[in-house]
Design a protein around this ligand. Structure first.
Ligand SMILES: NC(=O)c1ccc[n+]([C@@H]2O[C@H](COP(=O)([O-])OP(=O)(O)OC[C@H]3O[C@@H](n4cnc5c(N)ncnc54)[C@H](O)[C@@H]3O)[C@@H](O)[C@H]2O)c1
Length: 277
């Protein structure tokens, strides 16, 4: 028996091990944040991983077990060339993770103040980029009669806030792309899903903390009381792209610490008091 003042003894947490030996995976935007974690998790579980990213400087820091191909996903030719290189080099393509996205500071505006250049830049990477990669990947997956496409979307694709008139609607389109492609290619043995993270500790979120009310307020908005870690999204991607999720397609998985469950009419959680030493 424990007295009320004592912390309860931690219970076993269980664990899941993934085996992706022999599978070939492309991850766009794999040099940083969530994409990097997805690359690491797939590589650790035995997959051949190709990271397609514009950031050739950051690519120098990728571990050797992750292949790098320079690629601007807003270019259809770049996307085509990464998929073709991967299939020729490794003999197939099993998982395509559309993850590369941008959210420039200039996009945090109501749309009447938005420049067409900013809109077109976000649209090019965050929406056309997903389609361009999928176009090429799905051609090969149809021939194989197998494959999984995962679109990394966002909680902001489900519900919105002020100032995200560019990023939010385009993230909603990533969810709908996944549904449409799932329906289109289900009889070809291909599954397509989306994963929608809440706020995750990555450079993209760190760069916009001021616009999101600061780190403490952002953490407190999530029912679990913290923002997520990239590994927590990567684990969801590994599960959903694996055989245990064989009946899961055309749907979205929110990985968000409960953020999406909390109504805007709910009392906000009290801000935790900071104890200064
Ligand atoms: N971090 C979050 O809180 C959060 C929340 C919800 C959704 N997301 C989504 O998760 C995904 C990853 O976000 P992140 O926070 O890890 O971002 P990040 O900024 O840390 O990393 C993005 C990566 O994409 C690459 N990239 C940018 N433009 C590219 C292009 N044109 N072609 C190829 N690569 C390009 C960058 O070089 C970088 O390596 C995005 O789709 C984002 O919308 C993130």
């Amino acid at each position: 028996m424990t007295s009320n003042s004592e912390e309860p003894k931690p219970r076993p947490r269980g664990s899941v091990t993934f085996d992706n030996s022999g599978r070939v995976v492309i991850v766009t935007g794999g040099c940083s944040g969530i994409g990097r974690s997805i690359c690491d998790n797939f590589a650790r579980s035995g997959a051949t991983v190709v990271c397609a990213d514009v950031d050739t400087a950051a690519a120098q820091h990728l571990p050797r077990r992750i292949e790098f191909r320079p690629c601007d996903t807003s270019s259809k030719e770049d996307c085509q060339s990464v998929v073709q290189w991967t299939v020729e080099e490794f003999g197939g393509l099993d998982v395509m993770v559309n993850n590369a996205a941008v959210q420039p500071k200039e996009s945090y505006r109501p749309i009447h103040e938005l420049s067409a250049d900013v809109w077109n830049r976000v649209l090019g990477v965050n929406l056309s980029g997903y389609t361009f990669m999928a176009m090429s990947a799905l051609c090969h997956m149809r021939q194989q009669r197998s494959g999984v496409v995962v679109n990394i979307a966002s909680g902001q694709g489900h519900r919105t806030a002020r100032q995200v008139g560019t990023y939010g609607p385009i993230k909603a389109a990533n969810i709908m792309q996944a549904r449409q492609w799932a329906v289109e290619y289900a009889r070809d043995g291909i599954r397509v899903v989306s994963v929608s993270p809440g706020a995750i500790d990555t450079p993209l979120v760190r760069a916009s903390l001021a616009e999101q009310g600061g780190s403490a307020a952002l953490a407190n908005r999530h029912p679990v009381g913290r923002i997520g870690q990239p590994e927590e999204v990567a684990s969801a991607v590994l599960w959903i792209s694996g055989p245990d999720a064989s009946f899961v397609t055309g749907t979205d998985l929110e990985v968000d610490g409960g953020l999406g469950a909390l109504g805007s009419f709910a009392d906000p959680y009290p801000m935790p008091t900071v104890v200064s030493s």
